[in-house]
Design a protein around this ligand. Structure first.
Ligand SMILES: [Fe+2]
Ligand SMILES: [Fe+2]
Length: 167
């Protein structure tokens, strides 16, 4: 029996994805790009649920509203990336649920780091693709994520400072 790391297609839950990736090469896009788009969709889905939690933890109405606006951007990204993915593959993307902190301050730090990483990741996707509509979607989303990172950094800094003053 082959170790499944070389033949993921049969044993692993992700196998169907790995298997079909071969076929998707015919869409003209690099299979690794399709995998990246699937990863981006999963990340968007997790951000949407994480930011809902963060919004509930927000101490002020202003922050809650801003986080809900960011969440709306993530919903738009999610929809747009799903459309791209379905167009390329004819399949629904698979989501992998990821944890999100229960504490507001930790959640802000988690979110701002994630947003920063996502900027680079989306710009890489934009560089890799030959499809102008994918390039545009990911470049625009990267700008949004950069803006989100600044908001989260602002809230994180503000609360970090408040906490210092109290002690
Ligand atoms: Fe996003
Ligand atoms: Fe974002």
């Amino acid at each position: 029996m082959y170790p499944y790391v070389y033949h993921p297609s049969i044993w692993h839950p992700r196998s169907m994805r790995a298997y079909t990736l071969g076929e998707w090469g015919s869409s003209g896009e690099d299979p690794t790009l399709i995998q990246d788009i699937a990863k981006a969709i999963s990340g968007q889905y997790n951000a949407i649920s994480c930011y809902e939690k963060l919004a509930r933890l927000a101490p002020t109405e202003e922050e809650r509203r801003q986080i809900m606006e960011i969440r709306q951007d993530e919903i738009n990204h999610y929809r747009e990336f799903c459309q791209i993915y379905i167009r390329l593959t004819g399949k629904q993307p698979q989501i992998t649920a990821e944890p999100c902190p229960d504490d507001y301050q930790e959640g802000l730090e988690f979110a701002l780091k994630d947003e920063q990483k996502t900027v680079d990741f989306y710009l890489d996707i934009a560089d890799k693709t030959r499809d102008p509509s994918i390039k545009k979607a990911f470049t625009r989303a990267a700008h949004d994520e950069q803006n989100h990172a600044v908001w989260f950094l602002y809230f994180w800094t503000k609360h970090g400072r408040c906490r210092c003053k109290q002690t």
